[in-house]
Ligand binder design. Structure first.
Ligand SMILES: [Zn+2]
Length: 46
């Protein structure tokens, strides 16, 4: 087992992905890669 360096959860080593030098779990990978909101949608409101 290995540990996510971002949230600290224990996961199998093969599920860790290295992002910006940190080995993170799949959850952190998804949160780290996807932006929290789509700024391009703002143009539709103007
Ligand atoms: Zn994590």
């Amino acid at each position: 087992m290995a540990k996510c360096e971002k949230c600290g959860v224990e996961v199998p080593e093969e599920e860790l992905t290295e992002i910006e030098g940190l080995k993170v779990c799949e959850d952190c990978e998804i949160k780290g890669v996807k932006p929290p909101e789509r700024k391009t949608d703002l143009s539709k409101w103007n």
